[in-house]
Design a protein around this ligand. Structure first.
Ligand code: PLP
Length: 293
């Protein structure tokens, strides 16, 4: 079955799906995106993702390509046409097509592209054995809270990780504090048993998985602190893990050359992963129809 992409109002075979070379996403990375997990045909944390999309668009003064309700319908239509029940859906909105010039063009409508694909499950070996991260300087801009399609530092960082045989790179600010991974949020569990992740600010993307995990952690009464942590503190942590839509809670067993805990995925991370799985299951079961906004 051929894949179908939504491109500016049309459902097209993937091979024919294209945007104009003057699209400002292509010319300037002048756009934003979202990746939403699909489970049992339902969209996980849809409201968090669509709220973040609205926020990213508003921060860049890009008009919403369509209403939330219409977007909910199109997202489901893309899933239906691609027969995706478990996988991810990707959407990208840009400022639109205009002759290349830096200022915002007048009278241009935003562009919207949506694709879906099957498969999301994290490599079982990574889950059972844990993964390795390296640390690198954070060379990104001062608005990492916007889910911009401008991802060059993230691409370079992830490549550096892969070349070092690691899964992810934790980016480190000028004060020696971890900001986040190149496509994931960063968490540790200290020797005192505190669950720590950096507070939302312009220095990180406020992950939807992060937000869901924070709510879960509060609900089950974990000791939770939102603050920056240093690389040294992370290396001395009892447990560490990363979170993202595609890897909700992925245990980290090595940071650079330091072994975390006993070098095996820890119990609190495992517990959080189970609680997040229950949350996803519950989300999937009530995501059949788009909510009217
Ligand atoms: N941080 C960055 C830089 C990301 O790119 C992502 C996801 O793409 C995340 C964190 C995790 O966000 P989410 O949980 O919404 O997938």
């Amino acid at each position: 079955m051929s894949r179908i992409a939504y491109v500016n109002g049309r459902y097209l075979p993937h091979a024919d799906a294209a945007v104009h070379i003057d699209d400002r996403g292509y010319q300037f990375a002048d756009g934003v995106y979202e990746v939403i997990a699909v489970q049992d045909g339902g969209l996980i944390d849809e409201e968090l993702h669509l709220a973040r999309l609205d926020r990213s668009l508003a921060e860049l003064r890009i008009a919403a390509p369509m209403s939330r309700r219409a977007l909910g319908l199109v997202l489901r239509e893309v899933l239906r046409r691609n027969r995706v029940r478990d996988g991810i859906i990707y959407l990208q909105a840009t400022r639109g097509v205009a002759p290349r010039d830096h200022p915002f063009p007048a009278g241009t409508s935003p562009s919207l592209v949506i694709t879906a694909r099957r498969g999301r499950a994290t490599n079982p070996k990574a889950l059972s054995e844990g993964i390795r991260v390296i640390t690198i300087p954070d060379i990104r801009w001062a608005r990492c809270d916007i889910k911009s399609i401008s991802l060059l530092p993230n691409v370079l960082g992830k490549q550096q990780a892969r070349e070092a045989g690691a899964y992810e790179a934790w980016q480190v600010d000028a004060n020696g504090m971890v900001t986040e991974g190149t496509s994931t949020n960063a968490w540790i569990i200290t020797a005192a048993g505190e669950l720590v992740t950096r507070q939302a600010s312009n220095a990180i993307l406020n992950g939807c998985t992060r937000l869901a995990l924070l709510e879960i952690a509060r609900r089950v009464g974990l000791t939770l602190v939102e603050r920056p942590f240093s690389v040294a503190e992370a290396k001395a942590a009892r447990e560490a893990f990363l979170s993202s839509t595609t890897s909700p809670v992925l245990p980290i067993v090595r940071i650079d050359e330091a072994t975390i805990g006993d070098g095996k995925p820890g119990p609190l991370g495992r517990k959080l992963r189970e609680l997040y799985a229950a949350h996803s299951h519950e989300q999937a079961s009530r995501s059949g129809e788009p909510r009217v906004a």
